[in-house]
Design a protein around this ligand. Structure first.
Ligand code: AMP
Ligand code: GLY
Length: 439
C-alpha cells in the first residue's frame, strides 16, 4: 500500500468507472469517458452491444439500486456516472453516498426537479424564474374549471415521471379537461398522475440547454435541439427523440448568458438555499419566445439523443468535469468545445414508438463508422446467440456526424445512415431542418 500525495495522484489517474444505463446516451458517455487518460477500466450496467465492444457490461437493470451499489462496492468502482432519471429520482446517488462511493448526478431530494413538475413550478414561483403561469390540481373538477377560465391552447402535465408521455398540449377545453381527468381519476399515469400541473401554452422555438452543476456553481455546456415527433415534418406521435443537433442556432451567446442568469443560476441558488443542493447535469427544456427564454421543464440528466451530439463536440476530457461536479469544484473549471456542429439521426425499429419490432438484424455499422467524422452510437442493440447484431429496443442506433455546419453534419450523417443495412428499421430524413432553414 502506497501512502501520501503521490499515491493520491496514482489513484486518480487509474480510475475504475461504472456507467449506469443502456441507451445511446450511455454509449456516448462511455465513449467519452473511455477516451479519458484518467479512466483505467470502464464498466456499464447493463449497457448494450455497442458499449460491450469496449467496456465490461454487467446484466443489472437501472432500477436495481441495491445490486448497482453492491456491484460498485465489489468491483471497487471509484466513480459511478448515472445516465437515466429513474434511478436518480429513486435515490441511487443517496445509496452510493451511503456506501462511500462517489457518483455523478443529483441526490433524490434534488432529482425532484425532474421527478415532480409541480415542485419545479413552485420553485420557479418562489425564485422568480421565468416559466408559464400555472396551477397545480389533485381535483379534476377544479382543474376543469381553471381550464375553462384560462382558455386554450393550454397544457396539462402529469406531475411525476411518465416516460415523456405525461404532457398534453390541448387546443380545446374538453381535451384539456379530459387529460386532467384521465390522469387524476383514470389512473392513466399511475401515481405519477395523482397530481397535475395546468399551465399556459408558450409560443416560440424550443431548445435544450445543458449545464454542469456542483451544488453551488454552474458551468454551461452547450445547447441542442431534438425532434420529438416520429415522422418527417414533425408529424405523428411523440417519441423520446428521433434526432438532435448542436449547437442550436436559436441559442446565441447572449441568449445563453440570459438563460444562465435568469434560469440556471437562480435554480442552483434556490435549491441550495432550500437544502436541496443540486449536483450533476441540469437539462433545461426552454421555450425561446418574444419576451425571452422561459423554462418548460427540467431534467436532471443528459438528454437522449442530445448527449450524442454534445459528446462529439467536446474537446476537453469529460471525466474531470464530472468528478468536479461531484466534488463541488466546478468553480473556475473550463471546458473546450469544437467549433464544429454535430448531428445525430436515430434509427428506430419499425413500429416505434407504439410497438417496436424486436430482433431485426443490423449490418454495415463498420462501414458507417469508417467515414471520417462519423460515430455510430448504439441505443437498443444486443448480440443474439449466433453473435449477430439485432435490434432490442425502440430506438436502435444513433448515427452521429460532425461537420463545419449543421448542414454538413446532416449530409454526412445521412451518408452514414445509407451505409447501414437495417431492413426492419427507419429514420426521419429531415433531422436538423429548423437549423437549415435559418442558415
Ligand atoms: P415536457 O415533457 O414538459 O418537455 O413537454 C413535452 C413537450 O410538450 C415539450 O417539449 C413541448 O413541445 C410541449 N410543451 C410542454 N409545455 C409546454 C407549454 N407550456 N407550452 C407549449 N408547449 C409545451
Ligand atoms: N430528448 C429528450 C430527453 O432526453 O428527455
Amino acid at each position: 500500500m502506497i501512502h501520501g500525495v503521490a499515491a493520491g495522484w496514482a489513484g486518480d489517474s487509474a480510475l475504475r468507472i461504472l456507467v449506469v444505463g443502456s441507451g445511446g446516451r450511455e454509449h456516448a458517455l462511455s465513449w467519452a469517458i473511455a477516451a479519458s487518460p484518467l479512466c483505467d477500466k470502464l464498466f456499464c450496467a447493463p449497457g448494450n452491444a455497442g458499449i460491450a465492444e469496449f467496456a465490461e457490461c454487467a446484466p443489472i437493470g437501472v432500477g436495481e439500486l441495491d445490486r448497482i451499489a453492491a456491484f460498485a462496492r465489489d468491483w471497487k468502482i471509484d466513480f459511478v456516472v448515472v445516465g437515466p432519471e429513474a434511478p436518480l429520482v429513486a435515490g441511487l446517488v443517496d445509496k452510493l453516498d451511503a456506501a462511500g462511493i462517489k457518483s455523478f448526478g443529483p441526490r433524490a431530494n434534488a432529482a425532484v426537479l425532474e421527478g415532480s413538475k409541480g415542485f419545479t413550478k413552485d420553485l420557479c414561483a418562489r425564485h422568480g424564474i421565468p416559466t408559464a403561469a400555472y396551477r397545480r390540481f389533485t381535483d379534476a373538477g377544479k382543474a376543469a374549471a381553471y381550464i375553462k377560465q384560462r382558455g386554450v391552447p393550454i397544457v396539462v402535465k402529469a406531475d411525476g415521471l411518465a416516460a415523456g408521455k405525461g404532457v398534453t398540449v390541448a387546443y380545446s377545453a374538453d381535451e384539456a379537461a379530459a387529460a386532467a381527468h384521465d390522469a387524476l381519476l383514470g389512473g392513466r399515469f399511475g401515481a405519477a398522475g395523482a397530481s397535475v400541473v395546468v399551465e399556459d401554452f408558450l409560443d416560440g422555438e424550443e431548445a435544450s440547454f445543458f449545464a454542469l452543476v456542483d451544488g453551488e456553481h454552474a458551468l454551461p455546456l452547450a445547447a441542442a435541439q431534438d425532434h420529438k415527433a416520429v415522422g418527417d415534418g414533425d408529424t405523428g406521435p411523440n417519441t423520446g427523440g428521433m434526432g438532435a443537433y448542436s449547437p442550436a442556432p436559436v441559442m446565441t451567446d447572449a441568449m445563453a448568458l440570459e438563460v444562465m442568469e435568469r434560469i440556471i443560476q437562480p435554480t442552483v441558488r434556490g435549491m441550495a438555499a432550500e437544502g436541496r443542493k443540486f449536483k450533476g447535469v441540469l437539462f433545461a427544456g426552454l421555450m425561446i419566445g418574444r419576451d425571452g427564454p422561459k423554462l418548460i421543464e427540467y431534467n436532471v440528466r443528459f438528454g437522449d439523443p442530445e448527449c450524442q451530439v454534445l459528446m462529439p463536440r467536446l474537446k476537453s476530457d469529460i471525466l474531470p468535469a464530472l468528478i468536479a461536479s461531484a466534488d463541488g469544484e466546478l468553480k473556475n473549471f473550463d471546458l473546450r468545445w469544437r467549433d464544429e456542429a454535430a448531428l445525430s439521426v436515430v434509427l428506430a425499429a419499425k413500429g416505434y414508438p407504439e410497438k417496436p419490432q424486436a430482433g431485426g438484424e443490423i449490418k454495415g455499422i463498420e462501414r458507417a463508422n469508417a467515414l471520417p467524422g462519423v460515430t455510430v452510437f448504439h441505443a437498443g442493440t444486443r448480440r443474439d446467440a449466433d453473435g449477430r447484431l439485432v435490434a432490442a429496443g425502440g430506438r436502435v442506433l444513433n448515427v452521429t456526424a460532425r461537420g463545419r455546419t449543421v448542414a454538413e453534419a446532416q449530409a454526412l450523417a445521412y451518408k452514414a445512415v445509407d451505409l447501414i443495412d437495417f431492413p426492419d428499421g427507419f429514420c426521419r430524413r429531415d433531422i436538423g431542418w429548423r437549423a437549415l432553414r435559418r442558415a
